[in-house]
Design a protein around this ligand. Structure first.
Ligand code: E4P
Length: 215
């Protein structure tokens, strides 16, 4: 499973990129707003920091406007993937982008049937939002399992990108379900690297090593 970082904060993106933990980046309008920076500038810096797919979301609602906005974003770097919302207009734009070899990521997907349409439109990636489903007492991970099954049944090439990840167990479940990619906030990515028994084990070994030096 590939790891993407879900962030528009260039400092944290550089940090995890140095660790070699990141295969790509997803941004969205809220994350760009949180960065307090100009969208184009921040996307350019992200593309320089991470050599992998970088999702940049359009803010238009009509397919023609999505196309124009997406083509502008695509000029920033070859690794830009155009993130398009899961609407009928969005699917029209996806079809147009894919016919021109532009990669796409369809976002805000909350049902397996929406994901089926996304694959049929020829999208590169589909982003089912796990955490936001859990927030409304619906099993988000069941959605990933259903999409994996449908895509396997028909051999769709669209990659399943588990999004709206809130905690380490989401990552584990997405990996077990067979998601191709998991996009993870910085804090959660750091959480999965540590374990209290690892810390305790290191402490014991260091103390024992010190004792053995006195022999
Ligand atoms: C994915 O591409 C989205 O940017 C993101 O995962 C949304 O997560 P949230 O539901 O925590 O805002």
């Amino acid at each position: 499973m590939k790891f993407f970082i879900d962030s528009a904060d260039i400092q944290e993106i550089r940090m995890v990129s140095q660790l070699g933990l990141v295969d790509g980046v997803t941004t969205n309008p809220s994350l760009i707003a949180k960065s307090g920076r100009n969208r184009k500038e921040v996307l350019k810096e992200i593309c320089e920091a991470v050599k992998g797919p970088i999702s940049a979301e359009v803010n238009s609602l009509k397919s023609d406007e999505m196309y124009t906005e997406g083509m502008e974003l695509a000029k920033i770097h070859d690794n830009i993937v155009i993130k398009v919302p899961m609407t009928e207009e969005g699917l029209v734009a996806v079809r147009r982008f894919s016919s021109e070899g532009i990669k796409t990521n369809v976002t805000l997907v909350f049902s397996a049937l929406q994901a089926l349409l996304v694959a049929k439109a020829g999208a590169t990636m589909v982003s089912p939002f796990i955490g936001r489903l859990d927030d409304i007492s619906t099993d988000g991970m069941k959605l990933i399992e259903d999409i994996v099954r449908i895509y396997d049944n028909y051999d769709f090439q669209t990659e399943i990108l588990a999004a709206s990840i809130r905690h380490p167990v989401h990552i584990l479940q997405a990996a077990l379900a067979g998601a191709d990619i998991c996009t993870v906030p910085y804090k959660t990515l750091k959480q999965i690297a540590s374990h209290p028994l690892t810390d305790k084990g290191i402490e014991i070994f260091i103390n024992d090593w010190k004792k053995s030096q006195n022999v």
